[in-house]
Design a protein around this ligand. Structure first.
Ligand code: AMP
Ligand code: ZN
Length: 135
């Protein structure tokens, strides 16, 4: 992907605040953090989103997320962590190179990663179960 900024960052062609790097991933600090310590896991290979991500890379990304947040929570002494991963514009994805957000949380902070809970209707439940389980 010629014009993908995360390809360039992941491969080291554009400098970044790198917390971790191996053959498969680079972990950087987000330039527009939701909170202090907000980091991004970037695979070095280009996959636009989770649908394109190979299973093995997905598995490695989650293990890496676990390692990074486990270390970071002690460093930052934060109260919690959100691991967020957006797919598609409608879901808030703005950079179309797969990435995972690691967002430290402090009690009462204004990071605002939440939603207003609705109600699972019996119609929705039945429709989704029927369609999903049919496949
Ligand atoms: P998303 O909205 O899930 O696609 O997330 C994209 C994230 O990338 C946002 O949190 C941005 O602040 C962050 N971002 C965009 N460009 C850069 C960059 N050059 N270096 C670090 N973070 C970036
Ligand atoms: Zn890319």
């Amino acid at each position: 992907m010629e014009n993908c900024i995360f390809c360039k960052i992941a491969k080291g062609e554009i400098p970044s605040a790198t917390l971790y790097e191996d053959e498969e991933f680079r972990v950087i600090l987000d330039l527009g953090p939701a909170n202090k310590g907000h980091a991004l896991i970037l695979p070095k290979a280009h996959y636009a989103n989770i649908y394109e991500l190979p299973d093995e890379t997905a598995a490695h990304a989650m293990v890496l997320a676990k390692k990074i947040v486990t270390k970071m929570k002690d460093i930052l002494k934060c109260d919690g962590y959100n691991i967020v991963q957006n797919n598609g514009e409608a879901a808030g994805q703005t950079v179309f190179h797969f990435h995972m957000h690691l967002i430290p949380r402090t009690a009462g902070d204004q990071a605002g990663i939440t939603w207003t809970p609705g109600t699972l209707t019996s119609e929705d439940r039945d429709e989704i179960l029927e369609k999903f389980l049919m496949e």
